[in-house]
Design a protein around this ligand. Structure first.
Ligand SMILES: C[C@H](CCC[C@H](C)C(=O)SCCNC(=O)CCNC(=O)[C@H](O)C(C)(C)COP(=O)(O)OP(=O)(O)OC[C@H]1O[C@@H](n2cnc3c(N)ncnc32)[C@H](O)[C@@H]1OP(=O)(O)O)[C@H]1CC[C@H]2[C@@H]3[C@H](O)C[C@@H]4C[C@H](O)CC[C@]4(C)[C@H]3C[C@H](O)[C@]12C
Length: 382
């Protein structure tokens, strides 16, 4: 796999950093998640392909242990607010001195400087600070965050993974590591560059929810079907729009022009009435094979059985039968091979990993006895 041989030390975080670590693991990196001790159950649902060691970083021995892991690794990924690692004596200054090849990824909400740098926050806060949240939501309603996808994952974990891969590639030439300052505010805004760049062609001149791509246009929206499900319509171009009208059995000569903003509410009423006349499966059959840009809004338990997704194998199952999206993109020669493991217990690999990183049995025993590290019983045998 593309990242085979890359060693990553992931300090346990909430969602963005775990997702970043999972992406790296899916594509072959060896990711070790450093969990807190005395926390028997981790809420990290994005643990696929990782191993867990439980270390108390509030002890000098625990911090020394982490330094020893980082000296022998390529990447350290930390999910804490600004200054936490420096307080532990584990900041870039220390770790890059001990390992100049280390890629030190810092995934935060606001970045390593600025008035908010030390403030707590979550996806919705970062999305709000990026400006994008102001453009999300129906006309006349308050801004609505699209789950915690845009800041936590698109602008956070995935953007940080890109930064790590870029730094790994650059290190091939320079032989040097560097610090990655991954701010979710900036990552989300960057992912939304189109909003800034397309403003110049009037894409966002109208209020929230009243533009072409934000729910304003009746030919770019969702519609309830007779059985209470929904269809997604994306018939933007005139030639696709005509195919939409054809399947809906509407005569364009009897309708207002597609781009007549003032007639969009009327067009929406007409489309709504049509879509409400048949069940989703019937509309899916009617639109299949056309270029009307109309698709069923699939639920999470429908996606893997949809013929297209099934043919591609877009969704997989882990050893516990849990379904998950296949890692993307698919590399032709070195595709991701996600681990099938369904569970990861805190400290499950503590002994195994410490042995791998050169700790002898006496050192491990002493740290276990002192509570510097913890090993879950399932897997830890000296
Ligand atoms: C699943 C939910 C999360 C969904 C995603 C959510 C929407 C997000 O947006 S996550 C993104 C959060 N932001 C960031 O990641 C940006 C960077 N990080 C931060 O800004 C901060 O870390 C923080 C704000 C996220 C948290 O701040 P906090 O003060 O807690 O921590 P830090 O300042 O970073 O300092 C860390 C301290 O920890 C010490 N540390 C670290 N490692 C170790 C170690 N190995 N040993 C010892 N000590 C260690 C470190 O030294 C620092 O110490 P100091 O402070 O002394 O310096 C979930 C979101 C909320 C969850 C629910 C909630 O928690 C309540 C319940 C709790 C219960 O236990 C389980 C059920 C809950 C309902 C729980 C359920 C889910 O988990 C959530 C809903």
């Amino acid at each position: 796999m593309a990242l085979a041989g890359v060693r990553v030390i992931e300090l346990a975080g909430l969602a963005p950093a775990p997702f970043c670590g999972m992406v790296l693991a899916d594509f072959g990196a060896k990711v070790i998640r450093v969990d807190r001790t005395k926390v028997p159950v981790s809420l990290d649902t994005l643990h696929r392909g990782k191993r867990s060691v439980a270390v108390d970083l509030k002890t000098a021995e625990g911090r020394a242990l982490l330094r020893r892991l980082c000296v022998q690794s390529d990447v350290v990924l930390e999910p804490y607010r600004k200054g936490v690692m420096e307080k532990l004596g584990l900041g870039p200054q220390e770790l890059l001195t001990e390992n100049p090849r280390l890629i030190y990824a810092r995934l935060t909400g606001y970045g390593q400087n600025g008035s908010h740098a030390t403030a707590a926050g979550h996806d919705i806060n970062y999305l709000a600070m990026s400006g994008l949240l102001s453009r999300l939501g129906r006309s006349g309603e308050k801004p609505l965050a699209p789950l915690n996808l845009l800041a936590d994952f698109a602008g956070g974990g995935l953007t940080c993974a890109l930064g790590i891969v870029l730094a790994l590639l650059e290190r091939e030439k320079s032989g040097k590591g560097q610090v990655i300052d991954a701010s979710m505010v900036e990552g989300a805004a960057y992912a939304g560059s189109f909003v800034w760049k397309s403003g110049s062609i009037g894409m966002w001149d109208r209020g929230r929810g009243e533009n072409l791509l934000d729910g304003g246009a009746p030919f770019y929206d969702t519609y309830r079907t007779q059985d209470g499900k929904f269809m997604a319509v994306g018939a933007l171009e005139p030639q696709f729009y005509l195919q939409l009208l054809k399947v809906l059995e509407l005569d364009p000569r009897e309708l207002p022009p597609q781009m007549s903003f003032s007639d969009w509410p009327e067009l929406r009423r007409i489309f709504s009435a049509r879509f409400a006349s048949k069940p989703q499966a019937e509309w899916s059959r009617l639109f299949q094979g056309t270029d009307a840009c109309v698709t069923p809004v699939l639920s999470l338990d429908q996606v893997s059985s949809h013929p297209h997704n099934r043919e591609r194998g877009s969704f997989m199952k882990d050893s516990g039968g849990g379904e998950f999206p296949r890692p993307a993109p698919v590399l032709s020669r070195t595709p991701a091979r996600p681990s099938p493991a369904a569970h990861l217990t805190t400290g499950e690999h503590t002994v195994e990993v410490l042995q791998e990183f050169g700790f002898n049995s006496e050192e491990i025993e002493q740290m276990l006895a002192a509570g510097v590290v913890e090993a879950s019983t399932e897997r830890s045998k000296l």
